[in-house]
Design a protein around this ligand. Structure first.
Ligand SMILES: *Cc1c(COP(=O)(O)O)cnc(C)c1O
Length: 367
């Protein structure tokens, strides 16, 4: 709150994206808010997506589920990933649904009193991460869970290449359809489409989409979705350096001419990784370049024109596309936004106004 570095989250853009994606999918809507809603703050995003019409929230772990359950959210809540039999009672008490992804999981869970545990069967159709690959085993797991008194709420799978490989995705659809058929059970939730599949495939099997990244307007860089996330900081020191002077640890950059160098209060300990050396940032109508190594808490930029201390600098947002940035960093937008950590204040906008500032480490929020 006292440091001039913040991630801005446009809640109206997210609400609009939920409605746009919901219309495209035409089914029930599961919002994937794992990893603190991809770094944007799961509680605020949960409220926003539910108000905008989402029917269920999915997270990756019981810890993430409990944060939402205890603090604000009473609706449908699913853990997509690993859970432990020791936590069976907790999931039942908190009305949190779990993924049944292996015979080991089913055996351990049903060794407890798991009556009333809500379960989604996970089918592995080609990702080879978690889930049942063998249909006989899947059907057997279904029977064991039902006999133990679990509530068989759903069935799902996950695509490996929905953004790159149509044939592979079609094969995964076919395997998923076969799995749903083999179970011959009236599942309330049948889901497989992540953002890319929801936006670009016609899916004959599922009755719900299950999307994460597109909530922020990033998937496929579509024009009908709105970008919701930006990262900002402010220049806090500006100086001139002479030709030949070097910048930062290791003296990796030497000024060719007399240059204007600004210092920013953000570094790799915020998730602004060292690979950002050499990248462009945007400051009040001009682009500047990160020069020298990114430090733990600060970095330096070379500016073509003088700008005063206090000038806002955009690191990604309307002028610096996350998609392009991800290409340049040889990664994906997901990783960039998830890495922005709890030291960075989250500022939420609605109707163009700040509605909340949150800093998880300071444990302060200001309305
Ligand atoms: C993360 C995740 C999603 C959401 O994927 P996006 O590409 O962000 O839409 C869906 N399903 C599972 C199992 C996931 O792990």
């Amino acid at each position: 709150m006292y440091r001039n570095t913040w991630m801005q989250i446009d809640l109206d853009a997210i609400a609009d994206n939920v409605k746009t994606i919901h219309q495209i999918c035409g089914k029930k809507f599961i919002a994937v808010l794992k990893a603190n809603a991809y770094g944007s703050g799961d509680r605020m995003i949960a409220k926003t997506v539910i108000d905008a019409g989402a029917d269920m929230i999915a997270v990756s772990s019981l810890d993430e589920a409990i944060v939402l359950r205890n603090e604000m959210y009473e609706g449908e809540l699913l853990i997509l990933g690993n859970t432990e039999a020791a936590d069976c009672r907790m999931m039942i008490e908190k009305n949190i649904s779990a993924a049944a992804y292996s015979m080991h999981w089913v055996t351990e869970m049903t060794a407890q009193d798991c009556r009333g545990l809500k379960v989604h069967l996970k089918v592995d159709t080609g990702m080879n991460r978690i889930g049942f690959k063998d249909l006989d085993e899947l059907v057997q797991a279904k029977k064991i869970l039902l006999d133990a008194g679990c509530i068989l709420e759903g069935i799902f799978t996950h695509f490996a290449c929905s953004d790159t490989d149509i044939d592979m995705t079609q094969r995964q659809y076919a395997r998923f359809a076969a799995a749903v058929k083999a179970c011959s059970y009236p599942f309330e939730w049948i889901h497989c489409d992540n953002s890319e599949a929801t936006l670009y495939f016609k899916d004959p099997v599922s009755n719900a989409c299950r999307v994460g990244i597109s909530l922020y307007g990033i998937a496929g860089c579509r024009k009908d979705l709105k970008h919701a996330l930006s990262l900002y900081t402010r220049l806090f020191m500006v100086k001139k350096v002479k030709a030949g002077e070097t910048i930062g640890y290791g003296a990796t950059y030497s000024a060719e001419h007399d240059e204007i160098i600004g210092t920013l209060p953000i570094g790799y300990a915020d998730g602004w990784i060292r690979a950002n050396q050499g990248r462009q940032v945007y400051a009040d109508g001009m682009y500047a370049t990160v020069v020298g190594r990114v430090c733990m808490d600060q970095c330096m930029i070379q500016m073509p024109q003088y700008k005063p201390e206090g000038t806002i600098v955009e690191l990604f947002g309307p002028h610096i596309s996350l998609c392009e940035m991800a290409d340049q960093l040889h990664t994906i937008p997901y990783e960039i936004i998830c890495l922005i950590n709890s030291r960075v204040t989250r500022v939420y906008l609605s109707n163009g106004k700040e509605v909340l500032k949150e800093n998880a480490r300071l444990d302060i929020s200001e309305q």
